[in-house]
Design a protein around this ligand. Structure first.
Ligand code: NAP
Ligand code: F7E
Length: 351
């Protein structure tokens, strides 16, 4: 019997990688897409509905995590063996602008799915993955952070995700649902949204190299993150739902770097050497050869409360799931740069 997997947030970075992964595993994939006024399908280009070459199946279904009736209908119609809940308002800075909406989608959205599973009589059948986040650790209480590290969220996004984390644990304990939290540290790729710092840098720096943009305007470039590749992280999500018992796992590389490190490396790969001058909001990153300003600080990208340092310990996932990232930090940067250079070249040719 072909297993059915429902993916919420299928049009996002992780959703696009996971949908392809599940199809390669021979699943019938029900990819939930929300209605938008312009197409949000660019990351799923080439994935047609229907039977795929290997016999797996793809269905697109319109859905929104703010609509309980819609979620319940989808669960009743497809009776999925697995639900991967990836849908979210996932931008931490934006969550300060739209805190209530972020709570609706990222917090209550998770509750709606779990209640829908129960209501449809699927509690003993459907396995559930919740996209939890290293942002839960926020003002970190321990270095590196692991499953037992106390949470200290620092944004409406993280607080909404905290509600979803505990809802997932509660539905596992109260109703015996096979429900797992993947506490994932930052993961990036050529499909990463351009608002996130890594992609903003690879996109901006390649455009600067080709003369399409003058400079990058950045926020707090001394924030440190543990950056991995999204392709490796969706493999970890899949593994979590294939175990004999449900549990919560950290996925991380165990290495951390600052946004400043990321800037220096990306510009170096494009044959620039950045020299830093000034401090605070007046700091500038200048190209040593030409003297051109490549990076400026713009307080508009600062957050009211910042998470300064994240670095994960994924020993549990590596031991129990056998999860091991294939990408290194350098192969991640190379992958993103190659993609964005090609994109900038196409953009230049079209001008
Ligand atoms: P993403 O690229 O921002 O994708 C988010 C997805 O959620 C998109 O498909 C988006 O649809 C959808 N969505 C937003 N609001 C929705 C709503 N009201 N109803 C239904 N769908 C909605 O995020 P990502 O990087 O792939 O991350 C996937 C999940 O993992 C998110 O829950 C995120 O919070 C979490 N997470 C991410 C990371 C990371 O480093 N990437 C780390 C830890 C946890 P549109 O395409 O229409 O916008
Ligand atoms: O910021 C700093 C910024 O927006 C990383 C989401 O996927 O990962 C992501 O959240 C750091 C922050 O990701 C700019 O202040 C400096 O300290 O790329 P980001 P994030 O906030 O860590 C977690 C795990 C998630 O769960 C989220 O969904 O970089 N930073 N200058 C900047 N950040 C942005 N976006 N833009 C800047 O110009």
């Amino acid at each position: 019997m072909m297993k059915t997997s429902l993916v919420t947030g299928a049009t996002g970075q992780d959703g696009a990688y996971l949908t392809r992964k599940l199809l390669s595993e021979g699943r019938r994939v029900c990819a939930m897409i929300r209605r938008t006024s312009t197409s949000n399908m660019s990351r799923l280009l080439g994935l047609r509905e229907g039977t795929q070459e290997n016999g797996s199946e793809l269905r697109y279904v319109t859905g929104d995590l703010t609509d309980s009736a819609n979620i319940s209908r989808i669960l009743e119609e497809f009776e999925p063996d697995e639900v991967y809940n990836l849908a979210a308002q996932s931008d931490v800075r934006v969550s300060f602008d739209v805190p209530e909406y972020t709570g609706e989608v990222d917090g209550l959205g998770t509750l709606r799915i779990l209640e829908g599973i129960r209501g449809a009589g699927l509690a003993s059948k459907t396995r559930f993955y919740q996209a939890s986040t290293s942002e839960l650790f926020g003002d970190v209480k321990e270095k590196p952070q692991r499953e037992s590290t106390p949470f200290a969220p620092r944004s409406p996004y993280a607080i909404a995700k905290l509600y979803a984390y505990w809802t997932t644990v509660n539905y596992r304990e109260a109703y015996g649902i096979f429900a797992c939290n993947g506490i994932l540290f930052n993961h990036e790729s050529p499909l990463r949204g351009e608002n996130f710092v890594t992609r903003k840098i690879t996109r901006g720096a390649t455009r600067i190299r080709l003369g399409l943009q003058d400079k990058l305007r950045m926020g707090n470039i001394d924030a440190r993150r543990d950056w991995g590749h999204a392709e490796d992280y969706v493999n970890g999500m899949f593994l979590m739902l294939q175990q004999s018992e449900p549990d919560d796992y950290v996925l991380a590389t165990g290495e951390q770097r600052s946004a400043r490190d990321f800037l220096e490396l990306v510009f170096a790969k494009l044959d620039y050497e950045i020299v830093w001058q000034g401090s605070g909001v007046d700091e500038k990153g200048i190209d040593r050869k030409s003297g051109k300003v490549l990076v400026e600080i713009d307080p508009v990208f600062f957050r009211p409360t910042e998470v300064n340092y994240l670095c994960g310990d994924s020993t549990k996932a590596r031991t129990k799931l056998g999860w091991k990232p294939r990408h290194t930090f350098h192969s991640l940067v190379e992958d993103m740069l190659a993609h964005d250079l090609a994109l900038a070249e196409r953009e230049k040719n079209n001008n």
